[in-house]
Design a protein around this ligand. Structure first.
Ligand code: ADP
Ligand code: 5GP
Length: 202
């Protein structure tokens, strides 16, 4: 497999989707891993575009069948990354971008660390995160409170990431993300390094 993985994590409301969309024209071809979740779709979200929305029963069947590269419970719902399309994209040499939580990052790094570059994105302060979640107005108050509480835990994992982006200005944060994504493409896994050395010696 010749591709590379870029893991993007950070609290809900950090600006992950905004930054991927904003930077997409600057990072060449990539495959965005569409996760599967048991949470309800938000207004405007489409099945098969934002997420695959499934029942808990269907998700648990997927776990039993070994369909997931990683999965976790976040804010009381299951979220998971399907293994098959990711493998396919890596075989095709693509950069695969994951928007997953800090637990997912740990699991992907443990399984495929050789391919992984990771970046943690956060607004400058907890107050600003809260403000953006209310301004986004896609979730009701109790859900926002839960996301803010979760964010206080997630921030403690910041040191586990290769890079950190403070999303103050979307323009600046997107340019930083594009730089990291383009560097992530150049990460060589062990198999590729062995090939380079072999070729070099011959
Ligand atoms: P995530 O995908 O991490 O959950 P979003 O991309 O949905 O976060 O962003 C959360 C909200 O914050 C959205 O309403 C988005 O428009 C807004 N937002 C993102 N980046 C900024 C920024 N730099 N300044 C102000 N608002 C922002
Ligand atoms: P949201 O409900 O705001 O779309 O996402 C909530 C959290 O779940 C975010 O931190 C997001 O990164 C994370 N998430 C989304 N998909 C996955 C996934 O496939 N696996 C894991 N572990 N986390 C995910």
């Amino acid at each position: 497999m010749q591709g590379a993985i870029l893991v993007l994590s950070g609290p809900s409301g950090a600006g992950k989707s905004t930054i991927i969309n904003h930077a997409s024209s600057q990072i060449g071809e990539y495959y965005f891993s569409i996760s599967t979740t048991t949470r309800e779709p938000r207004e405007g979200e489409k099945d098969g575009v934002d997420y695959y929305f499934v029942t808990r029963e269907a998700f648990e069947e997927g776990i039993k069948a070994g369909d997931f590269l990683e999965y976790a419970t976040v804010h009381g719902n299951y979220y998971g990354t399907s293994l098959k399309p990711v493998k396919q994209a890596l075989f095709e040499g693509k950069l695969v971008i994951f928007d997953i939580d800090v637990q997912g990052h740990r699991l992907v790094r443990a399984k495929m660390g050789d391919y992984v570059t990771s970046v943690f994105i956060t607004p400058p302060t907890l107050k600003e995160l809260e403000k953006r979640l209310y301004a986004r107005s896609t979730d009701d108050d109790s859900i926002i409170k839960r996301r803010v509480e979760n964010a206080k835990e997630e921030i403690n994992a910041i040191g586990e990431f290769d890079f950190v982006i403070i999303n103050d200005s979307v323009e600046v944060a997107s340019a930083q993300f594009a730089t990291i994504a383009n560097a992530a493409r150049l990460k060589q896994n062990r198999e590729e390094l062995e090939k380079i050395v072999l070729h070099w010696k011959n």
